[in-house]
Design a protein around this ligand. Structure first.
Ligand code: ADP
Ligand code: MG
Length: 400
């Protein structure tokens, strides 16, 4: 069933609790990159332009002891938000109590308030009590009492059951998705639950063990699964192809065999690789078909594999991509990832979806992100979504 979204709500004069993802990189109080704050702006603007009072909650980093708190205050984030919105933002340096409640009571329609890092609640009087991360029911109930409606726009934490997402929602009459969350549900949820065929998955990255859940789930749904990246060579080992010094998970070779048997010709392995003498951009390297020679490690897929993958992809209507095709961080082994990314950009009739932390970084770094339909904002969350798991943060959003 379709989920309720912020545009379904009557916001005028309402205290709108909003779980956003302001988990930005921060060092000595300086924000390294404000992409996540910028990404949250459409939903925040929508709420205030429709007369809501926006009360924003987010976590920032991990807090395990009192000393972690000062460096992870939300204050600089509130200041940056104020600059980006070009209007005052009230920052409340606490997560509960009279100061917070009074500040909320004092809000006018269209005002914005940011409360302190929700994970301050994980440490109380020096003790690691995990009230936020452990979804303490009293905390979710308390936060819920501060607002009239709840908007969850933090996909990055949707795979966790925390007080600030599932906890608040459990105590709210209505929880709606923000625009970012709505897009993740539409694209990743849509691909997993109801893909337009042909549906092709591209799975790469370092390890098979990280991706077993995704492979299993997508084998049942996709028409083809293209394998690249480091995990290729565990599959090679399972097929008796030589792998040289390539990355391999010896304890997963049997599992790779099982997957190959189950998948039949649905699973497509690279036919050639770029192999190097060392894990080093400047090491001597060459392209080989099949067997990886002794003394070499495979660090990218080769040109024949790229052409074969493109041949499968060209008729696809849905493409989900998780995991780079090679060690894209080094320019000599970035070709496979770059070419596949560029090719996806030409598939204007298809939904092209990228999930996964490094995969997202790869398409952004290589400059191919703009042409794709959806780049997920959550690494861990997108993986669990692709595994077919129920994400507590999404499950807690009301149905339309
Ligand atoms: P994601 O975060 O998108 O899920 P992963 O974490 O699974 O992706 O994998 C990303 C990492 O895999 C990258 O750091 C990349 O360098 C590495 N990788 C890709 N291909 C290879 C390879 N052939 N050998 C070793 N590492 C590889
Ligand atoms: Mg990763």
């Amino acid at each position: 069933m379709a989920k309720l979204t912020v545009s379904d709500l009557d916001l005028k004069g309402k205290k709108v609790l909003m779980r956003v993802d302001f988990n930005v990189p921060i060092k000595d109080g300086v924000i390294g990159n404000d992409n996540r704050i910028v990404a949250a702006l459409p939903t925040i603007k929508y709420v205030i332009e429709h007369g809501g009072k926006a009360i924003l909650l987010s976590h920032l980093g991990r807090i395990k002891k009192e000393d972690d708190k000062p460096g992870l205050s939300m204050r600089p984030v509130a200041e940056r938000l104020s600059n980006l919105l070009n209007k005052p933002v009230t920052f409340v340096p606490t997560t509960e109590g009279k100061q917070l409640e009074d500040a909320i009571d004092g809000l006018n329609d269209g005002d914005v308030l940011v409360m302190e890092n929700t994970r301050y609640e994980d440490v109380k009087d020096g003790e690691y009590v995990k009230r936020e991360s452990g979804n303490d029911p009293e905390l979710g109930k308390y936060w819920a009492s501060l607002g009239d409606v709840f908007v969850n726009d933090a996909f990055g934490t949707a795979h966790r059951s925390h007080a600030s997402n599932a906890g608040i929602a459990a105590n709210m009459a209505q929880t709606a998705a923000g625009f970012l969350m709505e897009k993740e549900i539409k694209f990743i949820g849509g691909a997993v639950d109801n893909p337009e065929h042909p549906f092709v998955a591209i799975l790469g990255g370092a390890k098979v063990s990280d991706k077993i859940g995704v492979i299993d789930n997508l084998l049942a749904k996709a028409d083809k699964i293209l394998i690249g990246g480091g995990m290729t060579y565990t599959f090679y080992a399972a097929k008796g192809i030589k792998i040289g010094n390539s990355l391999v998970e010896k304890d997963k070779i049997d599992l790779a065999k099982e997957i190959l048997d189950k998948a039949g010709d649905k699973l497509v392995l690279p036919v050639d690789s770029v192999v190097a003498e060392k894990f080093d951009n400047d090491a001597p390297h060459k392209t080989v078909e099949g067997d990886v020679p002794d003394g070499y490690m495979a660090l990218d897929i080769g040109p024949k594999s790229i052409a074969e993958f493109e041949d499968v992809l060209k008729s696809a209507k849905t493409v989900v991509w998780n995991g780079p095709m090679g060690v894209f961080e080094m320019s000599n082994y970035a070709e496979g990832t770059l070419e596949i990314g560029k090719f996806l950009g030409t598939l204007t009739e298809a939904k092209t979806i990228v999930g996964g932390g490094d995969s997202t970084a790869a398409v952004q770094q290589l400059g191919v992100a703009d042409k794709l339909s959806h780049i997920s904002t959550g690494g861990g969350a997108s993986l669990e979504y692709l595994e077919g798991k129920t994400l507590p943060g999404i499950a807690a959003i009301s149905d339309k």
